[in-house]
Design a protein around this ligand. Structure first.
Ligand code: ZN
Length: 220
């Protein structure tokens, strides 16, 4: 995969002042974004969110999931902390795409859960690919992250891709009557860590002597 950085611009939003960085994955033609706040270079681990696009949640205020709430909370925390990064990956609906996501939602309206719906449509439960993240973070000068996520499989795949994750920061926000079954399915079938939060321990350091540190887990 080849990552091409295109350009960056100011992006003030209602949470604070961000810089928006545009990238293209030349292998797929997919355009990805990064938002940074403050100076994210240097040795100190950076508060980070790796967020897969959810147009319905992020842009249309859907309460069927927790994505919009997580994106908003991540931006607030980054601004509170003074520095941080959000990778905004264009892989809608856990990678099945926007229109298939509508089909999956329809199946959920008829009683399927989020995993069953993807499988009824012939897709795996989760098709996301995080291989673009390391080159994006390298471009931004981010060396190590404190990652806001509830998803241990995301942590494992990112660690396998060479990301230096020093801490998992839980991001449990936005539970409501419309998404509570969905969140419970993510916990039961996809292993998401909902309360009580558990510690995450990354894979052992590689042979090149990566300086992984013991991981603590903040409780909200
Ligand atoms: Zn969503």
């Amino acid at each position: 995969m080849t990552l091409r950085f295109v350009d960056a611009c100011r992006l003030p939003n209602r949470f604070g002042e961000f810089t928006l960085h545009g990238f293209e994955d030349e292998a797929t033609g997919i355009e990805h974004l990064a938002l940074t706040h403050g100076d994210v270079t240097g040795e100190a681990p950076v508060l980070a969110r790796i967020h897969s696009e959810c147009l319905t949640g992020d842009g249309l205020f859907s309460e069927r999931c927790d994505c919009g709430y997580q994106l908003e909370a991540a931006m607030r925390r980054i601004v509170d902390e003074g520095r941080g990064v959000i990778l905004y990956l264009r892989q809608e609906g856990r990678g099945i795409g926007l229109l298939n996501k509508i089909r999956a939602y329809k199946l959920q309206d008829q009683g399927a859960d989020t995993v069953e719906a993807n499988e009824l449509l012939g897709f795996p439960a989760d098709m996301r690919d995080f291989s673009i993240c390391k080159p994006m973070l390298d471009h931004l000068g981010v060396r190590a992250v404190r990652l806001m996520t509830n998803n241990p499989r995301k942590l494992d795949s990112l660690a396998d891709l060479g990301l230096h994750i020093v801490e998992r920061v839980p991001l449990q926000v936005g539970r409501n009557p419309h998404n509570t079954a969905y969140l419970d399915t993510k916990a039961a079938k996809l292993g998401h860590l909902m309360k009580p939060a558990k510690a995450y321990r990354p894979a052992p350091p590689d042979a090149q002597g990566a300086d992984e540190v013991a991981v603590s887990c903040q409780v909200q």
